[in-house]
Design a protein around this ligand. Structure first.
Ligand SMILES: Cc1cc2nc3c(=O)[nH]c(=O)nc-3n(C[C@H](O)[C@H](O)[C@H](O)COP(=O)(O)O)c2cc1C
Length: 219
């Protein structure tokens, strides 16, 4: 599966099978997390076979069931890490999808108290991403139209359309899609539009989708 297919086929999955993730896939994801950390200064790490992050004995963690693996997105305290967590987290999400795994971004409905214990002093927790073999592949959700998400009008180069279509498929908190895309001086620009929850993390996620599909760096 290539990255464009991964972008199209990815949907949030909240119920997982017991099937453990193979060693080879673990190593590949961990290597990618380390490469992301080296590039960004974040501290992204993956917990395998650790159900406590979603404490499945307690019913109140949303609609999540049987989450045994998760990606922790953390970084230095006092720094605005949200957009970077979105960008690099989504890089891991799409890599996982290409490996046949499923994911779901989780800002609220996880066991924050347990996960916070894993974060070293001097670091802050951003959020987590559930990971594993899904009981299903999730479902496609209706989002905003390309027109609604555009800040500028006029003709659209091919590369821009490809990027924009991938950005439209990016996961955002409560599917809010609070962003607008445009072209400035021939370069793609994406900005937060309006108030919402976790819009900075959403922005990083959306930018990664756009870049992966268009091959252009987003401002
Ligand atoms: C930043 C962020 C935070 C999210 N937090 C939660 C959460 O706490 N609980 C949850 O069930 N889903 C959460 N989601 C998943 C979104 O609800 C989901 O991505 C959105 O509805 C779009 O669906 P899709 O991912 O299947 O395309 C979050 C997604 C993002 C991007």
């Amino acid at each position: 599966m290539d990255i464009l297919q991964a972008i199209q086929e990815r949907h949030s999955v909240r119920v997982y099978k017991d099937q453990p993730i193979e060693e080879e896939k673990r190593a590949k994801l961990q290597d990618l997390a380390e490469a992301c950390n080296a590039e960004s200064g974040l501290h992204i790490f993956i917990r395998f076979d650790d159900p406590e992050g979603f404490d499945s004995r307690m019913a109140h963690y949303g609609s999540f069931r049987n989450v045994k693996n998760y990606i922790v997105l953390a970084g230095p305290e006092g720094k605005d890490i949200e957009e970077d967590c979105g960008y690099y987290g989504e890089k891991l999400v799409l890599e996982a999808q290409m490996m046949g795994l499923n994911t779901c971004w989780v800002a609220l409905t996880f066991n924050k108290k347990m996960v916070k214990k894993l974060i070293p002093d001097g670091e802050q927790l951003c959020m987590v991403i559930a990971l594993g073999y899904g009981e299903n592949q999730g479902t496609a959700h209706k989002g905003k139209s390309l027109d609604e998400l555009m800040a500028t009008k006029g003709s659209m180069p091919d590369w821009f359309r490809k990027g924009a279509e991938a950005a439209m498929l990016a996961p955002t908190a409560v599917n809010q899609q609070k962003f607008k895309m445009g072209i400035k001086d021939g370069e793609p620009v994406i900005r937060i539009s309006g108030k919402g929850f976790y819009t900075k993390t959403d922005l990083g996620i959306v930018k990664y989708h756009f870049e992966a599909a268009s091959g252009r760096k987003v401002q």
